[in-house]
Ligand binder design. Structure first.
Ligand code: GTP
Ligand code: SPV
Ligand code: MN
Length: 629
């Protein structure tokens, strides 16, 4: 049985437990591994079992080759520093492959550059695979990682196999997904065509003659992140960072996930999932979609500044949402198993729950290092007297530059979060009562407003805009369109995606749809200060959401042209000094006229033919309401 694997390029099969190795996988997956091995020619194969012992081996290897340094101030924590050219997702190098281009991206108006994803032809993708990957794992270990997104075997869960030549990625996959033996066993009982295949290489073969190991090999000139939904195939080359390399996350759970969701009638979204129990009321779960680095992790684990509320976190980045015929509601699972959170800005004051989570079993990437063996970043409480700081490049910190990269991250097991929801691994998911959209809008967009209907809510999602952040390669702080916080993550034509959302009530008879809201924690006053304190005080806004969800209580809402806005006295601001709620909630008519014009132009430019009729209708009604004043 084993000889098949030994026959080519001396690839040595390392099996930590007999009987649970690659030979036990279904035929299609074995073939995939063999073909990849033949193309990439690693010196060794490591079939991951997901054990603690295995994680120790990864850590040891990364310490010896310089990928990570230990952080003795904490328990089982490490710091990785990347090549400065490999610090965030690369949207411009990320593509989707379908036979028909229009299945992937909308057709823009003539002369307009489409900004809703990148299409690549099947031929070009094959060509990249065959040229870039040829011999790319020479001298290296090829890790084979069987993993599940969602609790293994659950009705909303899906399985994948990731191949990677990065120990860092294998270790992170062990935190971010359910990986190993339990899953590889399940693969035999499942439909092989449903298993997502994910190939990853950092794109730098190892030369046995080179003495000094490269702590962060990457190949930025040749980086490409490719997806082929029809074959449930992901192929990523050249980057070891985050969403470029942990292929279960954005590539599978969102891009491939959204195409599966489309065909099966559910939704794969860039959303947090949280439970909120108000002082006297009933616990409700909500989802929220904010673009990258716009506050999902912080909201999902918020510490309420008003006493009596209880927050529990189900997920902080991705939600798979499916109609449940018993409750007639949408139920959501968090397909992930860990938290890959933005470090800068995280502190005991802003996010104490994160701070209680990340000093155990955590891998940090691109934060600063302190002389007492800890980490530091902008926004964290000051270090102790006498402690010095090494910046994310590994040099003594020159205080004129940031010590930590703005997209520095912590990667921690979700189960270590003290407020993890008791149902966070419920295979059927948790019932969703509300969906929040939001973004960084310095101007004009109120703290919160509620849509008039599901369809109007879909328009709000489609018109979302937000300031660019360090989570991707965009420079500066331009306000960019980021519909549904999914612009970098759509697996198929955005016009069809909108239609899919609009179809939900038709597809699921009797569905009790979640109410849709839009929030903005990032509005600024004329002198450039936040109008709203944010973080733990966001509970005051969630409280209004819960009251609207429970009773449609019109005495707490004012109808404006853009939606329902809280009556000023219906948001509890007790204990807040210096908050101008009136300004934070205001709906400036001229700004909104402009906003509608921009929204209309966006649809006309980006998808004149693919925008569903219902969207034009909703836009027209919104414009009419605004003109009436
Ligand atoms: P991704 O992991 O990239 O998807 O990001 P995210 O949406 O989870 O964002 P996260 O919660 O990590 O927040 C990103 C940045 O926004 C951090 O620097 C936070 O400190 C900051 N932030 C989060 N919530 C608030 C808020 O309510 N107000 C303000 N002013 N800043 C916030
Ligand atoms: C995001 O950018 O939305 C993230 C980080 O959650 S990454 O894994 O890089 O996609
Ligand atoms: Mn994210």
């Amino acid at each position: 049985l084993f000889s098949r694997f030994f026959n080519f390029n001396n690839a040595k099969l390392m099996i930590f437990k007999r009987g649970h190795g690659i030979e036990s996988l279904p035929e299609k997956m074995r073939q995939y591994i063999i073909t990849t091995c033949e193309l990439t020619t690693p010196k060794e194969i490591h079939f991951c079992d997901g054990s603690e012992k295995e994680m120790k081996i990864f850590i040891k290897k990364m310490m010896s080759d310089g990928t990570i340094v230990p952080l003795p101030k904490y328990c089982n924590c490490y710091l990785a520093r990347t090549d400065p050219r490999d610090v965030a997702r690369v949207e411009s190098k990320t593509s989707i492959t379908t036979k028909d281009k229009r299945d992937t991206i909308p057709e823009p108006a003539e002369g307009v550059v489409g900004k809703l994803g990148n299409w690549m032809s099947p031929e070009e993708m094959d060509c990249h695979i065959n040229t870039k990957f040829k011999g790319c794992m020479k001298g290296k270990i090829m890790y084979v990682i069987p993993f599940s997104m969602g609790p293994p075997g659950g009705p909303l869960s899906k399985m994948g196999i990731q191949i990677t030549d990065s120990t860092y990625v294998a270790a992170a996959a062990g935190v971010m997904t359910r990986m190993g033996e339990k899953v590889s066993k399940l693969m035999n009982e499942s439909n092989q065509n449903e298993i997502v295949r994910c190939t990853h290489s950092v794109g730098v073969p190892e030369d046995s003659s080179s003495k000094k190991p490269n702590p962060w090999p990457c190949n930025p000139e040749k980086t490409l992140i490719m997806h082929k939904p029809d074959e449930k195939l992901i192929v990523s080359f050249g980057s070891g960072y985050g969403g470029n390399s942990l292929l279960g996350k954005k590539c599978f759970a969102l891009r491939i996930g959204s195409t599966i969701a489309k065909s099966e009638g559910w939704l794969a979204e860039h959303m947090l999932i949280m439970g909120i129990t108000p002082p006297k009321g009933e616990k409700k779960y909500i989802c929220a979609a904010f673009p990258s680095a716009c506050g999902k992790t912080n909201l999902a684990m918020l510490t309420p500044k008003v006493p009596g509320y209880k927050i529990e976190c189900v997920g902080d980045d991705i939600a798979w949402i499916k109609f449940n015929p018993k409750t007639k509601m949408f139920h959501a699972i968090n397909p992930e198993n860990g938290i890959f959170g933005v470090a800068p800005g995280t502190s005991c004051a802003s996010n104490p729950n994160a701070m209680r989570t990340i000093f155990k079993d955590t891998m940090f990437t691109n934060t600063a290092l302190t002389s007492d063996g800890g980490v530091w970043w902008e926004g964290m409480e000051d270090v102790d007297e006498g402690v010095t700081i090494i910046d994310w490049h590994g040099k003594p910190w020159d205080r004129k530059k940031p010590a930590s990269h703005p997209n520095a991250r912590f990667c921690a097991p979700a189960r270590n979060l003290p407020i993890i929801d008791p149902n966070w691994e419920s295979p059927d998911g948790v019932p969703i009562s509300a969906i929040l959209f939001g973004g960084r809008r310095p101007e004009g967009v109120p703290l919160i407003y509620q849509s008039f209907s599901w369809e109007h809510g879909v328009l709000i999602g489609a018109m979302m805009r937000s300031e660019a952040t360090a989570a991707a390669e965009h420079k500066g702080k331009n306000v960019m369109n980021d519909p549904f916080a999914m612009r970098p993550f759509f697996g198929y034509n955005f016009g069809h995606y909108i239609q899919h959302w609009l179809d939900m009530p038709k597809l699921h008879e009797g569905i009790k749809l979640p109410k849709i809201f839009h929030v903005n924690w990032f509005r600024k006053s004329k002198d450039g200060k936040w109008l709203w304190p944010g973080y733990g005080d966001n509970i005051r806004v969630l409280d209004w959401v819960l009251r609207r969800v429970s009773s449609d209580d019109d005495s707490i809402a004012v109808k404006t042209p853009i939606g329902f806005v809280p009556k000023e006295d219906s948001i509890n601001v007790e204990g807040l000094s210096d908050v101008n709620l009136k300004e934070a909630l205001s709906v400036p008519v001229d700004f909104w006229k402009q906003e509608i014009e921009s929204g209309t132009k966006y649809f006309c430019d980006q998808m004149p033919k693919d925008t569903p009729d219902q969207m034009w209708k909703e836009l027209k009604e919104l414009r009419k309401r605004l003109e009436k004043g």
